[in-house]
Design a protein around this ligand. Sequence first.
Ligand SMILES: Nc1ncnc2c1ncn2[C@@H]1O[C@H](COP(=O)(O)OP(=O)(O)OP(=O)(O)O)[C@@H](O)[C@H]1O
Length: 236
Amino acid sequence: MGEIALNNVKFNYEQENTLMDICVTIPEGQFTIVVGPNGAGKTTFLRLVAGLLQPASGSVMIDGHDVQTAQRLGLLHLVPQIYNKNAAQFPATCGEIVELGLRIKGIKRKERQALAHEALAQVGMAEFTHRRIGDLSGGQQQRVMIAQALARHPKYLLLDEPTSGIDYQVSEHIMTLLRTLCDEGMTILMVTHDIVDACKVADQVVCVNRHVCYDGNSQGFLESHMGTALAWHIGG
Ligand SMILES: Nc1ncnc2c1ncn2[C@@H]1O[C@H](COP(=O)(O)OP(=O)(O)OP(=O)(O)O)[C@@H](O)[C@H]1O
C-alpha cells in the first residue's frame, strides 16, 4: 500500500515555527481533510506535500519516493486555493485549460478534447468548454481548475479549499464527486473550513494549528470535538 508520509516536518517562513513536529501518514485510497483556524499552516502543509515548499527539517515521502520523484512520476496534482481573478485573464478557453494537464501526458488531441469535456461535465461546466476562462466568475473558474485535476486522474489529488466561493448545491455535488473518486481508488487530501460537511465524506481528519492537534477518523473528530466552540483548539 502507498502513502504520503510526513516525518517530523518543520517549516518556517520569516517567523519561527510555522509548522512543527508534523508526523502524519495519509494512506492510499483514503479521503483526508486538513482543518484548523486561519493562519494555522494548512496551506503550508499542502504545499509541502506538493513539493512547492521544502521542509527546514524532516521529510515528505510519497509511496517511498521524495516529492520531486513523485511529481516526475505524475503521482500528484494540486488544485491551489483560488484565486486571483486577474491571473485568469489570458485568452484560453475552459476546454484548453483542462487539456493543458493532458498535454504533459502525451495524449492525442481528439482524446484530450473528449477527456476535457468529460471532466468539465463532472463539475457541471460542460457548456463552458468553449468560453474564455477569464470571462467566468471566481467559483466557475475554481470548478474548471478542479476539472483540470480530474482529467489528469492523479493517484493523489490535493485540494486547497476547493469549494470556497462555490454555492452550496455545487459544493455538495463536488464533495460527493470527490467521495466517488476516492471509492474508485483516488486518494484525496483536502484543506477545508467546511468541517461538518467535509466530515460526512472524509475518512480521516488532520487538525493542524502549527502542530498536529488531532489525527484520526472523521466521526471521532465530530463526536469528540464538534460540541466545543472551536473544535480545533483541542490540544492547541
Ligand atoms: N509566503 C509567506 N511568507 C511569509 N509568511 C507566510 C507566507 N505564507 C503564509 N505565511 C504565514 O504562515 C502562517 C500559515 O499560513 P497558511 O497559509 O499555511 O495558513 P492556513 O491555515 O492555510 O490559513 P487560512 O485558513 O487563513 O487559509 C500564517 O501565519 C501566514 O501569515
